[in-house]
Design a protein around this ligand. Structure first.
Ligand SMILES: [Fe+2]
Ligand SMILES: [Fe+2]
Length: 285
């Protein structure tokens, strides 16, 4: 019995979609889907259907790509109305619940298997552009990123409606999650799951350094300590790695675009073991 995680499956890409057939069936295991499954609801639906059939419990948190406003097709080929902002998120939550997939809107399940007990908390926290150099103002972020062609497509495709801005949505999400996490039994360890990294120093993307403002919020810098996190699971960066901070394990679990993984291996090696997981830091240095 294991708790596994993968994110950034990006199923709009046919190569990634074909790989789904190789998703193993592990009826004792739980699976975390860490966001950026796809932009279209029908692709997300396909994964929810498959994963909920093959795993004992499935979790999902939204990535930025799920929240994009894109043309959606019904099964009969008709175009359905395009969903924006909160309406798209709510449609995704309803879709997940239809398959019994646990969302950030549901009670946090308790893992009692090996490595437990642990509360598994799926979070949707978004970003607020605070992961930027101190000398760059909020207003200057987009022009600064544009100088190196690093502006995130969310600027065009991720509507914050009905919130005034993506940062306003982020702050509302953080306040809500903070209240829920604060109400947990403080001695009980947690597994915090969020598409975006909780700490700015974990954003190491040398090929696109000016993408960092779209990667999280400084508000969550100490959440792994405040909320007794045994493991923090995230994606978004497409840079798979494991880091240890203050005794907490941080797992970046992206699959990514086809050039970022080896399709000859199938999906299995990309399912990261979250619990029980390794006993301590692999590399204390
Ligand atoms: Fe992604
Ligand atoms: Fe992402």
């Amino acid at each position: 019995m294991r708790l596994l995680a993968i994110s950034d499956l990006h199923l709009a890409n046919p190569t990634n979609r074909e790989a789904l057939a190789g998703l193993p069936a592990r009826s004792d295991d739980w699976l975390i889907l860490g966001g950026d499954i796809a932009e279209r609801l029908d692709h997300v639906r396909d994964l929810f259907a498959l994963a909920s059939e093959r795993f004992a419990k499935v979790f999902w948190v939204p990535g930025n790509h799920e929240l994009w406003t894109v043309p959606e097709e019904e099964a009969d080929g008709r175009r359905s109305p395009e969903l924006r902002g909160l309406a798209k998120y709510e449609a995704l939550v309803a879709l997940a619940r239809g398959f019994g997939v646990v969302t950030p809107e549901d009670p946090y399940p308790l893992w009692t298997g090996p490595g437990g007990p642990c509360v598994v908390a799926p979070l949707f926290l978004l970003y607020d552009y605070s992961f930027r150099p101190p000398e760059i103002s909020r207003e200057a972020v987009v022009p600064w990123a544009r100088e190196q062609a690093s502006v995130c497509a969310d600027e065009l495709l991720l509507s914050p409606e009905p919130y005034a801005s993506r940062e306003a949505w982020c702050w509302a999400r953080c306040a809500d999650a903070e209240a829920r996490l604060s109400a947990l039994e403080p001695d009980l360890p947690t597994v915090l799951v969020n598409h975006f990294p909780l700490r700015q120093e974990l954003v190491r993307i040398p090929r696109v350094p000016r993408f960092s403002p779209w990667c999280g919020t400084t508000r969550t810098e100490d959440w792994h300590r405040r909320f007794n996190a045994k493991v923090v699971v995230y994606g978004h960066l497409h840079v798979r790695r494991t880091d240890w901070r203050d005794g907490t394990r941080f797992e970046e679990v992206s699959l990514g675009y086809p050039r970022q993984w080896d399709r000859s291996l199938g999906l299995l090696p990309y399912l990261r073991e979250i619990l029980p997981g390794p006993a301590g830091p692999r590399d204390p240095g």
